[in-house]
Design a binder for this molecule. Structure first.
Ligand code: ZN
Ligand code: ZN
Length: 189
């Protein structure tokens, strides 16, 4: 799948936002304006002004909308969700080469709130995935106690686990131990 750098960055922002939601024993990581500030910082979101409680509420609701797109059973459902999200955010596609990055397109309107920024750019990135027929790459980790979101960008769409808790690795080790036990039992028997 051909996916350009901006789309990839926007998808990373979507995934990071989704993964601030409470999951298993992880608390919600987006409960305060400071939490939102940390999110903006670690994703290097540009053109974000002073953050307020209103921004926090609006971004939390964008997070729910992204989650619905991930959960959508069909392309048509996902497309409708993305259309509504992007329409509400309003977009003004603009070529930009800020901060030493090569030319790329920002979809959010100049002066957009952080929620509209995320809805426009994240929404368009999800739109490109749907257009490419790649919606099944929007996934949740398959580890039993983990529901973290990720986008599978592997060539053969084989990725099943998130990496932030090394879920895949942990299961790999569990499978290895099980095989060892089996072969030890076979040797004894
Ligand atoms: Zn940019
Ligand atoms: Zn996981």
């Amino acid at each position: 799948m051909q996916i350009n750098h901006d789309t990839r960055c926007a998808l990373d922002e979507v995934v990071d936002l989704l993964n601030t939601a409470t999951d298993g024993d992880q608390p919600d990581l987006l409960l305060s304006v400071a939490d939102l500030g940390a999110y903006v910082e670690r994703n290097s979101l540009s053109d974000v002004g002073k953050l307020t409680e209103d921004d926090l509420g609006a971004v939390r609701s964008v997070r729910e909308r992204f989650a619905e797109v991930f959960e959508a059973g069909e392309d048509r459902t996902a497309a409708g969700l993305v259309n509504a999200l992007v329409a509400e955010a309003g977009t003004t596609p603009q070529l930009t080469d800020h901060d030493g990055y090569d030319w790329h397109v920002h979809y959010f309107a100049p002066g957009a709130s952080v929620a509209h920024h995320l809805a426009a750019d994240g929404g368009m990135a999800l739109a490109f995935i749907i257009v490419s027929g790649e919606r099944d790459r929007l996934r949740r980790c398959a580890a039993p106690d983990c529901r973290r979101a990720f986008v599978d960008l592997s060539r053969n769409r084989s990725r099943r686990y998130c990496d932030s808790r090394t879920c895949g690795n942990r299961l790999h080790v569990a499978a290895y131990r099980a095989r060892q036990r089996e072969s030890a039992e076979t040797a004894q028997g």
